[in-house]
Design a protein around this ligand. Sequence first.
Ligand code: MN
Length: 515
Amino acid sequence: MQFTTLSTFPFPLYTHSMDIQTFDDLKVALDDRYTDMDLLTLEHAYTYAKLAHEGQARSTGEPYFNHVYQTAIKLAKLKLPAEVIAAGLLHDVPEDTERTLDDVKREFGDDIAHMVESCTKLGKVKYRGEERYIENLRKMFVAMAEDVRVIFIKFADRMHNMETLYARPEEKRLRISHEVMEIYAPIANRLGMGEYKGQFEDHAFKYLNPREYTWTQHLLEERVRTFGPAMNRALPKVEQALRDHDVECLDMHGRIKYCYSLYKKLQRYQNDISKVYDVMAMRIVVKDVADCYAALGILHSLYTPMSGRIKDYIAQPKPNGYSSLHTTVFDDEGAVLEFQIRTLQMHEESEFGIAAHWQYKERSPAHSRKVAWMEEFAKIQKELTGTDFMRHLDDMKLDMFRDRIFVFTPKGDVIDLPEDSTPLDFAYAVHTEIGNKATMARVNHLAVPLDTALRSGDMCEITIDKNRKLPNDDWLKFVKTHHAREKIKDALRVTKRSFLSSMLKRAKNVTSSEK
Ligand code: MN
């Protein structure tokens, strides 16, 4: 095993092929979870798309078909169901070929055709500055609420477009990079898809801030050159020690911090890279939680841990659901090494996020640690928990967000609320003071009563009255969220109490002055 070398750094450069990729290559990317039926569907989609795109070329000069093929490969790497991969192969057919959506529907059925259709619609979402930004974000969220699988296809599609962006004209490069930085990366982050978020940001960073990108890249390269040997020294030693203690190591690999993520962190540390300990880390993947702690103990018997750098994100996961054990140690030659220990499931969830839940996999739901907000959804949608969860995936018309709505602030921030929430619920979700002082609401620029039911995709604006002291106790009759209700009660209670105490004080003053 070798620590990630400079040639594959920070992630492999895309090399395009002028030959049409074969179906056998796609089969190699599929593991044994796919059935013979799945393979038939995929081969059908492969042949259909290849024919439909025949003679078309991309701006890189390669056959157009290779773009949809690479999109499918990325979906296969996420281990998504065959229908999603097939839709990936077909995603540009209605838009860019002679074949229509109806043709696709006839050949592949409603489910696949519907995914292709949603993808085509989302293709019209473009970043054109602040104003259109909110509108576009909204479209993405609404599409996601309808069928989250479409977002996976859109992500894979866009990732390949980013890998070949160098072949596009300058103006397109900038517009697309903006779109990726402002829309795709934040959504990937929200869905817990760490790998997609990191790669989206790095690709976009390269075009948006070339100078900063190059500077950070050099810093990274220098680090790898300086500390890589220590990592390579540690690998066999750690492997041996784990074996000696019967801890099965499923995988061990080096990871280098994403360029943009390092750049942002450096800004918080006065550009002093020596203060950033996690530029490079070694990941140890083991089979269960007990082995995670065992591996941590073994590491600490090999090396001296740095105090204050042991982090137990298994006992206390990060708010986005991330769990692993982290430790920083000194090796015999004084080099500083960070280790991240996790189970395979923790690893896949941190890289693939919500996509990890869409894989065909027998998995006890008790062990599946969903990202925090997913957990909330899961609670609301009881049918998704329990053993039913895996069966539901087959239906695929599953709607993760059915009971939640996404409402936008005028600045484009997304607030998620339960269905039927009102502008007041929204106001309290943004800030207690905005709730307490709310006087008027506008939804999509139209004035509405404060008890109006909001819908997914609405943009909501609250007018406040700075002089207003108290929420109205009538509000308790129609707010939908527990949060808003509690805040209203709090405000009313506090005022009652301070009213009483001022009365008491006055009464005391009166008594004392009477003396
Ligand atoms: Mn495409």
